[in-house]
Design a protein around this ligand. Structure first.
Ligand code: SF4
Length: 458
């Protein structure tokens, strides 16, 4: 089937976007991931306040989700929008691992060691580490917090296919990881060259085969559309090959060209990017192919097979959102470790320093490395819940929300509901008395719909 024919068919389950203006109005800008955003956090949040937040978190008895940020990277991808530390020798990571350990020791003094770490995620560029360094870090995590052996745990890691082989996957499995996220982005060598990220398809296929053979729970692949040189035909070919690899989850990120903000992107010429009509055709081609292949659109850029825990949890109204994104686990507290990491503990959201120097300096002074934070008010909790339910259930029941918080939610959120009016006119949401329902088209732009409930956003 050609890409053109795919676009003209309207698939079941996943809606196409017919109007390029919708993408212009709602699709650009940063992804709204959770409430409150990092931009809303203020300076002056002390380590004593963080210790209090940890104590409150213990009192809740909730499970913990631990995120560890590993920012070292030897690559120079032209599309990169990440805050990273360029390095060529993995020995460069050793002092950082020592600082992570120091942070874990400081945090563990305030954390109830009996709490279950049901979720663990290593993000950034963890496959820069040697296998020995990975083992060392897992040992330290286990020594400080006690990792889970439950077969229901969700321990995941982001993999750069250029930095991993079948031995890496076997090692990661031995360390307790049971979910992988492969950052593939594109399989077309032309596009790979344009972003300086050459990774032969066979690398990805070998890793996917090995991950399936080893029985990793849920394999996710990350793709990116809107990259230089991409066309609807080239991306359709990539997606066809990716679908044939049968990942349980797929993320379809959109490349946003911001060379004034991200130096690496200055190597990409604006004229090489797909123009608006082609962008829309690429996106619609992808949406149609994913629908045809039986994927469920969870929300935003996330798609999953119907038997994946994310899709099952969403169908049962049990999907949640944490700082790592969608989760099939009940809401839990989130501890972020490492430079720039975010935490949500008890009533507080905090962020570590964004620069390595500042992060190290705080730890070397024997202090918890918190730089910014916010103590959540009742209003914050209500807005956070409204945003989470809208993003997870694709609907918001104002009656239920009001009952939970003991107020008239429709009246309390009146300003936000008024700001949804243009989206209602654009067919992204429907208001049925006390229910706000997101349409299939709105599902793709749910981040922009949810953001209207954020009273702190500037
Ligand atoms: S996008 Fe490329 S350069 Fe940027 S952090 Fe990832 S691997 Fe490194």
């Amino acid at each position: 089937m050609t890409a053109r024919a795919i676009i003209d068919d309207h698939p079941q389950g996943i809606a196409l976007i017919r109007d390029a203006g919708l993408l212009r109005r709602y699709g650009s800008g940063s992804r709204y991931a959770s409430y409150p955003t990092a931009e809303s956090l203020t300076t002056g949040f002390s380590d004593t306040e963080l210790a209090t937040a940890l104590a409150h978190s213990n009192a809740s008895g909730r499970d913990l989700s631990v995120y560890m940020h590993l920012p070292f990277c030897r690559q120079n991808c032209h599309h990169c929008a990440n805050s990273r530390i360029t390095a060529s020798n993995p020995r460069r990571v050793e002092p950082y691992i020592s600082r992570l350990d120091r942070e874990m020791v400081l945090v563990s003094r305030h954390l109830d060691s009996k709490r279950e770490i049901s979720q663990l995620h290593w993000g950034g560029t963890p496959t820069f580490l040697t296998l020995g360094q990975m083992s060392d870090l897992i040992d330290r995590l286990d020594a400080r917090f006690g990792l889970s052996n439950s077969r229901h745990r969700d321990y995941s890691i982001k993999i750069d296919p250029r930095e991993a082989d079948v031995f890496t996957l076997r090692h990661l499995q031995a360390l307790g990881f049971n979910r992988l996220s492969l950052s593939v982005l594109e399989l077309d060598p032309r596009v790979q060259r344009a972003i300086n990220r050459y990774q032969p398809q066979v690398l990805t296929e070998q890793l996917v085969d090995e991950a399936h053979r080893l029985g990793f729970h849920s394999l996710g692949l990350e793709l990116m559309h809107g990259l230089p040189g991409q066309t609807r035909e080239s991306f359709a070919e990539t997606l066809e090959q990716v679908i044939a690899m049968a990942p349980a989850r797929l993320s379809l990120f959109h490349y946003t060209h911001q060379p004034e903000r991200f130096t690496a992107q200055r190597r990409i010429r604006a004229e090489d990017l797909p123009q608006a009509d082609e962008q829309l055709a690429i996106l619609n081609t992808a949406l149609a192919m994913l629908a045809d292949a039986g994927y469920v659109h969870i929300g935003m850029e996330v798609f999953a097979r119907p038997e994946d825990p994310l899709a099952i949890a969403q169908a049962r109204g049990k999907l949640s959102r944490c700082l790592n994104g969608y989760s099939a686990f009940p809401p839990c507290d989130h501890l972020g470790l490492g430079v720039g990491a975010l935490s949500r503990l008890g009533d507080s959201v905090t962020r570590n320093p964004m620069t390595l120097g500042e992060y190290e300096a705080r730890l070397d002074a024997g202090r918890l490395p918190v730089e910014r934070g916010l103590r959540l008010t009742d209003d914050d909790h209500l807005r956070a819940r409204a945003i989470e339910r809208l993003m997870c259930d694709m609907c918001l029941d104002l009656t239920t929300l009001g009952q939970e918080f003991g107020l008239d939610a429709g009246r309390h959120l009146g300003d936000a509901l008024a700001r949804l009016a243009p989206a209602e006119r654009d067919g992204l949401v429907r208001r049925r008395e006390q229910r706000i329902e997101v349409t299939p088209t709105g599902r793709l732009l749910i981040h922009r719909l949810a953001a209207v409930f954020d009273a702190r956003a500037g």
